[in-house]
Design a protein around this ligand. Structure first.
Ligand code: ACO
Length: 422
């Protein structure tokens, strides 16, 4: 069987044959047939908008690998900072590189005092932390005029370091403001996850349980990248206009905020709370199926048509966390919901399985995070994914400013008429 595809334009009889590589063929084939012929593909369901060497995902088999390494191995053996290095650089660091990277991140965690005193103080007392976070990321860029030098590798590396290092600080700052507590400065003696937990929770003496520190790190690893999801696509689209990385990350964070994307873990906890008890699960599932109760939050995925491998790891991590915090009472409802859904024809036939968000919210809640912080917790580690794709985009000679075509379905030309004639 030849690895080619032949397309014939029946209007003209013109034919083009192009190669299929790794299941992909170039859209230039269509342009060759007719430069005014477009492919209608809402939500990019069938479109590969870029080449990428960062993350491999097989949704049917439930496989997720970063730079070739299975997510299961990274979650078990690695740390978030090591995975961040891997995503950005393509290889695991050696000991010297790792020590340097850790040192650099640790020494870039502070933010300008005006960010905290002037910028954050302007928000309303009950501002949603994610709204604050999105704006804070964009505002952070205004402190670094060199951020616009995106053609300079040294400048790009500096901004990447700043963004990776300062995200936990911004996140904790948004939270402390929202609960009216004083800001806790970063502590350079702590690990990346421990420093974040410390900035979140420290009041007087605060000791971090190493099991929670590790759980936080595993959650960061699991959320670090997920190839061309909505947020990463936003990063690439905005980055393609040569925007600085802070503005692009703010756009990506805004995309993540939506309940169909990173906001789903918030939706899961609200949904489980509303269900209230195990007995109500079957009726709730029926309401979902009949369309009365919306969608089953934390279920389904554009790419995974099998169990999301991150959901399996998170489900196990949940038990480690509950050992420290006590069991989240919503867990039993979640387990029952999963059991009922996975044995129901509606969900089975549509290949709807739990995704990463189904159990993550339960862990976050058990650790004391308010629901409004859940998407912020996602954005902290995803920043490195966004930045890895941004770097890759800038180095990709095939890329230009993102500018899809449209299928115009509006009215044809008509003459303007004044008020009297309308
Ligand atoms: N509950 C009930 N039915 C669902 C769900 C769900 N969670 N997800 C999809 N379906 C149904 C749809 O109604 C549709 O049924 P139909 O064929 O009878 O019309 C079918 O499954 C296919 O759904 P689509 O909307 O075409 O699937 P799509 O790939 O566009 O959506 C999405 C993926 C957005 C994740 C969807 O499954 C969803 O809304 N899930 C709930 C929200 C959620 O958990 N989001 C987090 C995703 S993971 C992440 O972003 C980190």
């Amino acid at each position: 069987m030849p690895d080619t595809i032949t397309i014939t334009d029946d209007r003209t009889g013109k034919t083009v044959t192009v190669p299929i590589t790794d299941g992909v063929f170039p859209a230039t084939a269509v342009r060759e047939l007719d430069p005014n012929l477009y492919i209608y593909d809402p939500a990019f369901m069938q479109t590969a908008a870029c080449k990428s060497a960062i993350t491999y995902l097989d949704g049917d088999k439930g496989i997720l690998r970063h730079r070739g390494y299975p997510i299961e191995q990274l979650a078990e053996k690695s740390t978030y900072l090591e995975v961040a290095y891997l995503l950005l650089n393509g290889e695991l660091p050696d000991k010297v590189q790792m020590d340097q990277w850790k040192h650099d991140v640790t020494h870039h965690t502070f933010i300008h005092e005006n960010m905290r005193k002037r910028f954050v103080d302007g928000f309303h007392y009950d501002a949603h932390p994610m709204g604050m976070f999105i704006s804070a990321v964009a505002a952070l860029g205004t402190f670094y005029n060199d951020a616009k030098q995106i053609d300079d590798k040294a400048s790009r590396d500096k901004q990447i370091l700043r963004l990776v290092a300062k995200m936990p600080t911004l996140a904790a700052m948004c939270y402390r403001f929202s609960v009216g507590q004083p800001f806790v400065y970063p502590d350079n003696s702590l690990s990346f996850p421990a420093n974040f937990l410390n900035m979140m929770w420290k009041i007087g003496d605060y000791e971090i349980d190493p099991r929670l520190e590790r759980a936080m790190d595993v959650l960061f690893i699991l959320h670090a990248d997920h190839e061309q999801n909505c947020g990463t696509t936003a990063m690439r689209v905005v980055g393609s206009s040569d925007s600085d990385p802070y503005s692009s990350c703010a756009a990506a964070a805004a995309a993540l905020y939506g309940p169909a994307h990173g906001g789903a873990n918030e939706g899961v906890v609200r949904m489980l709370t509303e269900i209230g008890s195990i007995e109500n699960v079957p009726a709730f599932v029926e309401d979902i199926k009949s369309g009365k109760a919306g969608r089953l939050m934390g279920f389904g995925h554009r790419v995974y048509k099998n169990y999301d491998p991150r959901a399996t790891i998170i489900k196990n991590a949940a038990y480690d966390v509950f050992e420290v915090t006590g069991k989240n009472p919503l867990l039993d409802i979640a387990l029952k919901l999963e059991e009922v859904a996975l044995s129901d024809e509606y969900f089975v036939s549509r290949k709807l399985y739990p995704n990463v968000d189904f159990y993550s919210g339960l862990i976050y809640q058990a650790m004391g995070f308010p629901i409004s912080m859940f998407t912020v917790l996602f954005a902290i580690p995803r920043t490195v994914g966004w930045l890895s794709h941004w770097q890759e985009l800038l180095a990709d000679k095939d890329q230009k400013i993102s500018r899809p075509r449209q299928w115009y379905v509006g009215t044809g030309e008509r003459d303007y008429v004044g008020f009297d004639e309308r």
